[in-house]
Design a protein around this ligand. Structure first.
Ligand code: HEM
Length: 136
C-alpha cells in the first residue's frame, strides 16, 4: 500500500507532543478534511523468487501492477463493535487469492484464532471512544 499523501517528515517532530493521542486525533481531523488514500501496488514475482520468507526482498525491477485505490473517507468509533468481533486470520481468503508457502501465515492463523477466542470470552467494557469523539 503506497500512501498518496505520505506523512511529512516535519509531522514526526510532533513525537515530543504532550498529547499522546496526536496521531489518532490527526487522522480523524485529516479524514474530515479530505479522504486518506493509498494505491495497492502488486509486485509480480518470477520463478525462483522466495515466497516463504518475507525478510528476503525480491530483486529490483519486478513488474508492478497498480491494482486500485483504497480510500478512507469516513471515521467510525469502535463503539458499535464494528471491528471488534472480527478475526484477522490471514488464511481466510476470498476466491481467487491463494496463500503462499510462507510459514508465518499458518502460525498467525493459529495465534489469531487463540487470541480471538480469548477476547471473545472477556467481559466487554463500553468503548472509550464514542461516536461523538470521531465527529469532532
Ligand atoms: C506480516 C506480518 C503481520 C501483519 C501484516 C499483521 C497484521 C495484523 C493485524 C492487521 C491485526 C489486527 C489488528 C487490530 O485488531 O487492529 C493483527 C493482530 C494480531 N497479530 Fe498480527 N500481523 C503480522 C504478524 C504477526 C505475528 C508474526 C504474530 C505472532 C506470531 C502476530 C500476532 C497477532 C495477534 C495475537 C493479534 C491479535 C489477534 C486478535 O485478537 O484478533 N501477528 N495482526
Amino acid at each position: 500500500m503506497v500512501p498518496m499523501d505520505a506523512l511529512k517528515l516535519a509531522d514526526t517532530a510532533q513525537s515530543a507532543n504532550p498529547n499522546k493521542n496526536y496521531l489518532f486525533d490527526d487522522l480523524i481531523a485529516r479524514i474530515h478534511r479530505a479522504p486518506a488514500q493509498w494505491r495497492l501496488i502488486v509486485t509480480v514475482g518470477q520463478p525462483g523468487d522466495p515466497t516463504d520468507d518475507a525478510t528476503i526482498p525480491w530483486p529490483e525491477g519486478r513488474e508492478q501492477v497498480d491494482a486500485g485505490t483504497l480510500t478512507l473517507d469516513e471515521v467510525e468509533s469502535e463503539a458499535p463493535g464494528n471491528c471488534r468481533d472480527v478475526n484477522f486470520d490471514p488464511l481466510l481468503l476470498p476466491v481467487g487469492i491463494a496463500p503462499s508457502d510462507d510459514p508465518l501465515l499458518s502460525a498467525r492463523s493459529a495465534v489469531y484464532s487463540q487470541s480471538f477466542t480469548r477476547r471473545a470470552g472477556e467481559k466487554k467494557e463500553p468503548s472509550a471512544i464514542t461516536p461523538s469523539d470521531v465527529r469532532k
